[in-house]
Design a protein around this ligand. Sequence first.
Ligand code: PMP
Length: 366
Amino acid sequence: MSRSDALPIRQELRGKSPYGAPQLDVPVRLNTNENPYPLPAELVERIAERVRDAARGLNRYPDRDATELRAALARYLTGTGGHPVAPDGVWAANGSNEVLQQLLQAFGGPGRSAMGFEPSYSMHALIARGTGTEWISGPRTDDFAIDRDAALAAIAERRPDVVFVCSPNNPTGTAVEADTVVALYDAAQAAKPSMVVVDEAYVEFSHRPSLLPLLEGRPHLVISRTMSKAFGAAGLRLGYLAADPAVVDAVQLVRLPYHLSAVNQATALAALEYTDTLLKYVELLKGERDRLVAELLAAGHRVSTSDANFVQFGRFDDAHAVWQALLDRGVLVRDNGVPGWLRVTVGTPAENDAFLEAVRGLTKEI
Ligand code: PMP
């Protein structure tokens, strides 16, 4: 029993644990899909400059509509996503978790439901719970692809108000094909209609292009993004979405006023000025990701296809025991509770070498 259970807390929160990837102080931390490269020194200077300017106005509330930042994000999406995005079709918040929460506040809630295809990003279900939205776990195949026919049938039967598609999927790593998303979207429209949220937190690392062009003609589709991964700015807390401007109007009904601090906005704007530099680190990480996949396969492990900055590997009779054995060797990976599998975040070449050496030292069960 947790201490909060003694309080008159909402029934559905009783006995539950908070989201909690361990934050342990070990030499090689490869468990939360962070970018291992610190921001370059020039960018740190530019952030300091922009934040100094913002600090002069901290007696005032920040720009509630984050106008300059949304315009910069729209330019980034238009330049990289293969689809023109206007600032009024972009919304930003404190990490994409907050974006997702705002979406569920607007489109989910008591008496409504959300569906995701598990295993997937566990916060989708947790944010559903936090917003009083019923959670429906949709089907995947044994190799972790979305089981398309079963998924279409589940949507038709359960008629969720929100459908989550995570592409590339966390923790399995694999991107979803555009025609699958279109099929899910069409099924969701026929059933309700409902909102379809594609979580593209890792898309910059993908072998496949972004699903942004699917926004054309699909007013109930939302693409969620973050600066936590590709921009190497997990500590910044800046997530955003692209969608029909009506969706942006809808989330504005639930966002807290002045939710995005002037310091956050200034920092994100500085980082966006360095997009080209930061995307070079993404290229390095993609190469390291492909090396990890190849070396894990060569060591006799099974690996899910990865379009992300992490790799799911297995299979182990006792994944948690392997997680502990790696930790004992100073390497922290993630046990997401997917039976038989673990997930490792792509680190620097030296960190990846340390991980591979630790893995080779294990007795494995394939
Ligand atoms: N979506 C997915 C799939 C994630 O893995 C994460 C972070 N682990 C997030 C969203 C949230 O990221 P943030 O709130 O840092 O933007």
